[in-house]
Design a protein. Sequence first.
Length: 290
Amino acid sequence: MSHHQPGILQPLPAHATYLHFDLAEHADRSAVYAALVRLQKLIDGDRVVLGVGAILADFLQVEISGLRNFAGIDGSLVDLPATPSALWLWLRESERGELIHQQQRVQQLLAPAFNLQQQIDAFKYDTGRDLSGYEDGTENPQDEHAIAVAITEDGGSFVAVQQWHHHFDHLQKMSQTERDDMIGRRQSDNEELDDAPLSAHVKRTAQEDFEPEAFVLRRFMPWSAGAKAGFYFVAFATSFQAFEAQLRRMSGAEDGITDALFKFTQPGTGAYFWCPPIKDQQLSLNWLPA
């Protein structure tokens, strides 16, 4: 029996690394297939969660219903970069050092068919806060609702990812009231503001206010690289519809009002992936051609 990759629903780890891989320039299908078979036993869906991009599915001539590349939002008033990858891996550990060893194992198993495109090192901040100081995931679905939102009947899941870059100098120029109005919650107690402006993030993304409702399971974590930092947005769902509905409203494409978050942070990447189920405690490769 197939099951979802358990890391999708588990609590956030203390440390994480997100890896994006491209197909190597001269890789053929047999080399790519062999690399995935080598990687299969390492992917337990717990310490390592894996997603397949449309680039890889197209290369292997595999039809995965619902999978496509992120292509931005028509009518967006802000820049929403599209940066597709062939493979996406979320490495999850309690110790930073183990992530280094895990990444080395992954790259060795995927070589020479795949090349590392991007590496993002992330961490859990406080009880689950963004580096702006605000809590995230307050309205996240829980328990059975989370499973219904994030996991398809066959145990798969679709995931949208974006790396957001914070401009802390912009944030520091805001008063606490301006910051709270931007988010739509008080930082001090996480209470939602009844009189928040229409541009407040919570009003732009209230999942139950869409038709149909636009629930996703958010699993974002802060990232840093030297003096640069932000949050790595991760949203699991049974399709990309809910994510795109929220992003359409955030970007101003729906009503001309952009999310106030864009005052201090912007996405630098954007990609879609499909997370295959787990079978017999390892990644299912039933989706690959025979």
